[in-house]
Design a protein around this ligand. Structure first.
Ligand SMILES: Nc1ncnc2c1ncn2[C@@H]1O[C@H](COP(=O)(O)OP(=O)(O)O)[C@@H](O)[C@H]1O
Ligand SMILES: [Mg+2]
Length: 427
């Protein structure tokens, strides 16, 4: 029944657009396909990346340049895989993204009626009827728990009988102009989005297992200019925020502080920066970066003390903002599953140790499952979002093929962009 043998994720990152094409096994049934995906046994058959000059702080500021970067990255992935990409699951990013809790109530029938798909769709729709500012739209809804008559905390009421059904849902909203720009860019690329998902949720899909989500965990995806903070507890999302700060801020600070060019500052960061001075080997007091080639080649020295001071100041700010988000939801230093770090910014040496200290909880850099094929090409924290998008892409197709799909629950842009429900309630 399910003909989707390929799953494509497209991460429209501020730094680079990343495309990953996965082959999810030649099974004929959707159920089998999902099982393969959830075990992570996906064969990567194509990867394409291209620098993106069309975005600032996670949002599109130039349609042409963003579309161009997407096209170039798609071309590369197509060339490698020999697969023509006309649809994919893509991300949306930016600090305009805001999450909120919401409740919905419906009557399911006076005589007591069995809860089926219709009832679940109705109650979820009721939860989305909230007062939103005119320029804000719902991007994603996760039903977290249900109350049926007097019984509270029901995870899945499907098949149960009752009169009054209530849902507690978490909604992610985005500013309409940004959604519109994304839609325009995608039209320019001829890429039909199966699903549009917030970067942090996509990264979470790739590296957080059920146990961590159950225990309570914060996923911190540090990108070029944004940091996605997404918190899960008892299996469900409880908080999502996008901070307008990322690893490029460290590079900029280094360029200013070291009085050097941005590309040299970037190399200082990537090759020599550490999250905490005590992580430095031995007693090195200076590092050298080689620039130029041939007869013009030279080596520039920088003081490690100055580098460490600059890096630490910016990291402190980023993690202070993360702690501020945790404080808002009363989870400051209180998540048993700890913190999982992803994104290119998580490649900074010693960042997990640093995070453990400043967040007062366990922390590690998220690890992607093992992939076959070109898997080694995505085995990198900066590919976490796109890997998650690819997983979600395979699940979207599998979900619809299985019956209770995600279409029809919301109208407007959401249906235009394809179903955007984030994966729960799939049968
Ligand atoms: N080894 C490294 N150490 C520290 N930062 C790094 C390293 N490699 C890449 N980065 C930073 O990661 C950021 C890009 O992360 P990425 O997740 O690809 O960005 P985006 O999703 O915003 O496009 C850039 O700021 C880059 O400098
Ligand atoms: Mg990223």
């Amino acid at each position: 029944m399910n003909e989707t043998k390929y799953a494509v994720g497209v991460d429209i990152g501020t730094d680079t657009v990343k495309v990953v094409v996965g082959h999810v096994g030649g099974t004929s049934s959707a159920e089998e396909t999902s099982a393969v995906v959830s075990e992570g046994k996906v064969t990567i058959i194509g990867v394409g990346t291209h620098k993106n000059a069309g975005m600032r702080k996670g949002t599109i500021v130039n349609l042409d340049k963003t579309a161009e970067a997407i096209d170039r990255a798609l071309e590369k992935a197509e060339r490698m895989s020999g697969y023509h990409i006309d649809a994919a699951t893509v991300n949306i990013n930016g600090s305009h993204i805001v999450g909120l809790s919401s409740r919905g109530v419906v009557a399911v029938g006076a005589g007591g009626q069995t809860i089926g798909q219709d009832e679940l769709a109705r109650v979820e729709e009721a939860a989305t009827v909230v007062q939103l500012p005119a320029n804000r739209e719902i991007l994603d809804v996760t039903p977290r728990s249900y109350k049926l008559d007097s019984q509270d905390g029901i995870r899945d009421p499907f098949g149960m009988t009752g009169v009054r059904l209530e849902v507690d849902a978490y909604m992610i909203t985005a500013l309409s102009p940004h959604m519109k720009n994304l839609e325009k860019v995608l039209e320019m690329t001829q890429l039909t989005p199966h699903h549009v998902i917030v970067s942090g949720l996509a990264s979470a899909r790739a590296v957080l297992d059920d146990q961590l989500r159950e225990n309570g965990v914060v996923l911190i995806d540090i990108g070029a200019t944004t940091t996605n903070v997404t918190v899960f507890e008892e299996g469900d999302i409880i908080h999502a925020a996008v901070l307008p700060i990322g690893s490029n801020n460290i590079t900029n600070d280094l360029a200013i502080g070291l009085k050097t060019e941005l590309d040299i500052a970037e190399r200082v960061k990537v090759e020599h920066a550490v999250a905490a001075p005590e992580l430095r080997r031995g007693s090195e007091t200076a590092i050298a970066v080689k620039v130029g080639g041939g007869s013009t080649a030279k080596s520039i020295e920088f003081s490690t003390e100055v580098i460490d001071e600059i890096v630490e100041a910016r990291l402190a700010e980023i993690f202070e903002l993360v702690n501020h988000e945790l404080k808002k939801i009363k989870r400051l230093a209180k998540l048993p599953g700890g913190a999982v770090l992803t994104g290119g910014g998580a490649k900074l040496r010693g960042i997990a140790d640093y995070a453990r200290e400043v967040l007062s909880m366990n922390a590690h850099v998220g690890k992607l499952p093992e992939f076959g094929g070109m898997g080694d090409k995505v085995n990198d924290p900066s590919f976490t979002t796109v890997a998650g998008l690819m997983f979600l892409d395979s699940e979207v197709s599998a979900g619809s093929a299985n019956g209770r799909g995600e279409a029809g629950l919301l109208s407007g842009l959401m249906s235009k962009l394809g179903g955007m429900f984030s994966g729960k309630n799939k049968r």
